[in-house]
Design a protein around this ligand. Structure first.
Ligand code: ZN
Length: 405
């Protein structure tokens, strides 16, 4: 029986348990000057220090002067890919257009080529480095998508690497099969979709979710429904990259499928926001992409005011957001998307865990998984306000403390 006592936290701040929408997003539980007893990876009790410390014999962590919040859940990343496109970033800052970079062999085609050359052990090694960075920023669970292999061998290698990473790293990795991320340059769309369909039975052995890039010039809503229905038949849950650049009917497709989430939504209209708000499909917003590409932000205010389930994630990927700093994304959500601090916190904890269908993750309550962050400040709002800094002092993952300092 392993145990850990977090002593005298100045603030313990948590969303309420359950799927959070509307005013529930601002109804945080804030408790002061209490201790948290963790046993065998779960929160056992929250109470006055003298009561808990009197009988406790295991490890301790002094949290006086510090705030404790749930571990962050990053519900949308493209964690694994080969190569490095820093040179393209530099070209772009010097004025080169996307087309010019693509003409020089850059862009996603370059990442696909590099990923196809990567062995499983290379992907795992890179994955561990990236998960270390994610965890340093307070991420305790992370969803990861395939989609840079775009052939059977490489897509399956990515899934194998994710399964391995989940075993070897403290951060939980939740795999998503995104074979339909794009069409490889040497294939027609229909032929490639047939290939993706053929991968689904094997992918379903590793991946909890199946995703597709539903967008003009990529895959249509009809193609998305057809592929995701097949994925559902094999036990995967559907989700979609939707409304990133154009509203082409992806939300209707998602709702027809009962998708767990629609992700991106930069181009979503008021009508689209109403549609999602009437469903149980979560709205995953990715402010880092808007910053990185200098495009509009998802209409968070309209989505939340229409009763959507908001989630904020990094969308870490080499082409449109090379960043694993989820707290920075939450500050952007507050500053650029007019989300409140409470809405932002719930969007990367309880609601993000719900979008990944995780049980008892994302709240600080007895019986819940002990994924917690001890911040180096006594006011949790500093994480949003004093932005660009890393306020994580200690990450607790399943009851095990990982110190940052
Ligand atoms: Zn994405």
């Amino acid at each position: 029986m392993s145990s850990l006592l977090i002593r005298n936290a100045t603030q313990i701040v948590s969303p309420r348990p359950g799927v959070l929408r509307g005013p529930g997003l601002n109804d945080l539980s804030i408790r002061n000057d209490l201790s948290i007893l963790i046993r065998d990876g779960h929160i056992e009790t929250i109470g006055p220090d003298q009561e808990l410390a009197a009988t406790h014999k295991g490890a301790e962590l002094d949290a006086a002067g510090k705030a404790v919040i749930p571990g962050l859940v990053d519900a949308h990343t493209h964690l694994l890919f080969g190569g490095n496109r820093a040179d393209e970033f530099a070209l772009r800052t010097a004025g080169a257009s996307y087309e010019e970079i693509a003409a020089q062999g850059g862009g996603i085609a370059r990442t696909v080529a590099a990923t196809r050359k990567s062995t499983k052990s290379e992907l795992v090694r890179q994955g561990v480095e990236r998960l270390d960075r994610a965890m340093a920023h307070g991420i305790t669970t992370l969803e990861a998508k395939t989609g840079y292999g775009l052939n059977v061998e490489s897509e399956m290698t990515m899934l194998d690497a994710m399964t391995e990473l989940d075993k070897v790293h403290a951060v939980d990795v939740v795999p998503t099969f995104l074979g339909a991320h794009g069409v490889p340059k040497d294939m027609e769309t229909d032929a490639y979709l047939n290939l993706v369909r053929s991968m689904i039975p094997e992918a379903a052995k590793h991946a909890r979710f199946c995703d597709i890039f539903c967008e003009q010039g990529y895959f249509t809503p009809e193609q998305s429904v057809s592929l995701l229905e097949l994925a559902c038949d094999h036990g995967m849950l559907p989700r979609l990259h939707a409304d990133q650049f154009n509203e082409i009917g992806c939300l209707e497709a998602a709702i027809e499928l009962g998708a767990v989430s629609v992700d991106h939504l930069e181009a979503t209209s008021e009508r689209g926001a109403k549609l999602i708000g009437q469903s149980d499909t979560a709205a995953v917003m990715l402010p880092g992409v808007s910053l990185f590409l200098d495009i509009s932000f998802a209409p968070a205010r309209s989505l939340i005011d229409n009763n959507c389930i908001p989630v904020i994630a990094t969308d870490f990927n080499p082409g449109s957001n090379m960043c694993l700093n989820l707290p920075l994304m939450l500050s952007l959500a507050c500053m650029k998307m007019r989300m409140s601090v409470g809405e932002a916190l719930c969007s990367a904890t309880q609601n993000a865990a719900h979008a990944l269908r995780l049980d008892k993750v994302g709240c600080i309550e007895p019986g819940w998984q002990a994924d917690l962050l001890v911040l180096d400040t006594e006011d949790y709002r500093d994480m949003f306000y004093f932005y660009g800094e890393n306020h994580v002092h200690t990450v607790i993952k399943r009851g095990v403390a990982h110190a940052r300092h």
